[in-house]
Design a protein around this ligand. Structure first.
Ligand SMILES: Cc1cc2nc3c(=O)[nH]c(=O)nc-3n(C[C@H](O)[C@H](O)[C@H](O)COP(=O)(O)O)c2cc1C
Length: 536
């Protein structure tokens, strides 16, 4: 089924935004049925995580762009685990509105709906027995789902993945489909990967800052991992696995690995408090999810081996434009940047410097440690519309991440470029006001031919990680950023022949905020049950 790529092509076409499509849409939001943002188990008790965890003090930009740790590792204990979970998905702001209180988090999330749940598959730590746990950011605790060391079982489900095998802990990211489908319908399957990608970009940076080597695993037996995490079928599913600390445990454990002949016991699905009164089925989501699932160890191995070294989708022309240097100006710590981060709600229209832009581009494109990518390769390219960047004419550009250079595709006047970037982002004025709007784009057909339907997950996910890095590297320089959705085909057309075969994955506007944003806080809180169950 993964090879039958008509499923991904069909889904992508059917979920494109166009101006006409949105005008004709009858979709409305049933506020009375808004899903709750926290997963609360009815019968399982939780283990509080320590609130006195270390904070990532390393320089933010270095952490964002590094793929390997550059500092000595700090001990990977339960406090370090609490740090990773908090700075990836913890609560950093409490916003009170007439309609209720919203708990905003360390990473962005489409529509602030927070469909991504985090789970931990861990060895024993002092204060935490080996097991499989669910992380609840609302009361900063773990719920035990299985007791025992399941790391080698998980590694086996990912084709004997050596990073999982040698890591003390793997964080699994899942998506609760209805949480986001409530607002975004069938298109929300794309958001599974965008929303997990931005969380993963935080997780990568925080791991790097702790001297721990992270990896991202997208090739695994879907049903096996969902069973391990005791997920309700057709409700929630695993998206990506993030082993942390693979460099800490040395060789023998990996070379001694033998698959366990015993099948993983199937346990009952723990009861949770329903996230909504009623859920509407979105079969298109599950059709593609099934069609991109890996069903046997053979399929996992095939998929992994089909991918490496095949992607060189950076254009081969000589891009002789100005060489962009990554010149550092300030040294904000990663924790400051993550706490400051939010999605900018109004840009001032004042220009950013060329150095700001080149630092964002450079820091976001040094590589994502995805299992399907050979070192230095990427499934996504960045195109951008510059509206107000000192020293750059307004217009369309392509970023060559290898040459670290921008190729100018055309020149426009500022009014025209602002109109264009705002229009492409569904006419939202925020993206006319941004100094530049960056579009992650990918040659979907080439990727599907090599990776099958699952390649669709991989390129959307990588775009999410890059978008997360754009957010962080903007805030690290005192700028603001916001993700955006877009009119799909209009984006491809806008970038002309250069982007002819490429589809937009995600857009992110960057610029000077028009206001001083309040810094977030470490709210590793213990929300009460009624707060956890409110759907603000
Ligand atoms: C992939 C992505 C797309 C987004 N699209 C939009 C958008 O089209 N318009 C908008 O105003 N905000 C957009 N956002 C911002 C979210 O609304 C924002 O992340 C969410 O409200 C949480 O707030 P925070 O980022 O300030 O923590 C997007 C965010 C992401 C990650």
């Amino acid at each position: 089924m993964n090879d039958d790529i008509k499923h991904a092509i069909h889904y992508h076409e059917e979920t494109k935004h166009s101006e006409l499509g949105l005008q004709m849409s009858r979709h409305y939001l049933d506020w009375d049925d808004k899903p709750r943002p926290f997963k609360v188990y009815q019968e399982l008790s939780s283990i509080p995580l320590p609130q006195d965890f270390p904070i990532p003090t390393a320089d933010a930009l270095t952490c964002i762009r590094s793929v390997r740790p550059f500092l000595p590792e700090s001990p990977l204990d339960i406090r370090a685990l609490a740090q990773f979970l908090f700075f990836s998905a913890g609560i950093t702001r409490e916003m009170k509105y007439d309609s209720g209180t919203y708990y905003m988090r360390a990473a962005s999330a489409t529509g602030a709906l927070y469909p991504i749940e985090l789970y931990v598959i861990s060895k024993e730590f002092a204060g935490l027995p080996a097991g499989v746990y669910h992380f609840c950011p609302g009361n900063f605790s773990l719920v035990e789902l299985r007791s025992g060391d399941y790391r080698s079982k998980l590694a086996e489900m990912a084709g004997g993945n050596p990073n999982i095998l040698s890591s003390a802990v793997t964080v699994a990211l899942t998506s609760f489909a209805w949480r986001n489908a409530w607002k975004y319908g069938d298109r929300s399957y794309r958001h599974w990967f965008w929303d997990s990608g931005v969380i993963a970009s935080n997780l990568l940076a925080v791991a790097i800052s702790a001297g721990v080597e992270p990896a991202l695993v997208t090739g695994f037996l879907d049903a096996g991992v969902n069973n391990l995490l005791r997920l309700e079928q057709r409700s929630e599913a695993a998206v990506v696995l993030a082993p942390l600390g693979s460099s800490l445990v040395k060789g023998p454990e990996v070379s001694d690995f033998r698959p366990d002949p015993e099948p993983l016991p199937v346990l009952d699905i723990p009861r949770i408090i329903p996230i909504s009164k009623r859920e509407t089925e979105h079969p298109e989501i599950w059709k593609l999810h099934d069609a991109s699932s890996l069903l046997s160890p053979k399929e996992v191995a095939q998929w992994l081996s089909s991918s490496k070294n095949k992607f060189t989708n950076v254009a081969s022309e000589d891009l002789s434009q100005e060489h962009m240097q990554d010149k550092r100006q300030d040294l904000d710590s990663l924790s400051d940047v993550i706490l400051l981060r939010g999605s900018t709600r109004r840009f001032s229209r004042s220009p950013i410097s060329k150095n700001h832009l080149s630092t964002i581009l450079f820091s976001s494109t040094r590589g994502v440690p995805l299992d399907v990518l050979a070192k230095g390769e990427s499934l996504v390219d960045i195109y951008l519309i510059a509206n107000a960047v000192e020293g750059l004419a307004p217009g369309h550009y392509f970023y060559n991440r290898h040459a670290k250079s921008l190729e100018q595709l055309d020149a426009m006047n500022e009014l025209a470029s602002r109109n264009e970037s705002g229009y492409l982002c569904l006419g939202q004025p925020l993206f006319s006001d941004a100094s530049a709007v960056l579009f992650m784009m990918t040659d979907i057909n080439a990727i599907l031919k090599t990776l099958g339907n699952r390649g669709y997950r991989a390129c959307q996910f990588e775009a999410g990680v890059v978008a997360g890095k754009i957010y962080l590297s903007s805030y690290a320089q005192g700028l603001g950023a916001s993700g955006s959705t877009f009119y799909d085909d209009a984006v491809t057309e806008s970038f002309g022949p250069h982007a002819r075969n490429k589809a937009a994955m995600i857009a992110v506007g960057v610029g000077m905020p028009a206001y001083k944003a309040r810094r977030g806080k470490i709210l590793a809180a213990r929300l009460t049950k009624s707060q956890l169950l409110s759907n603000g």
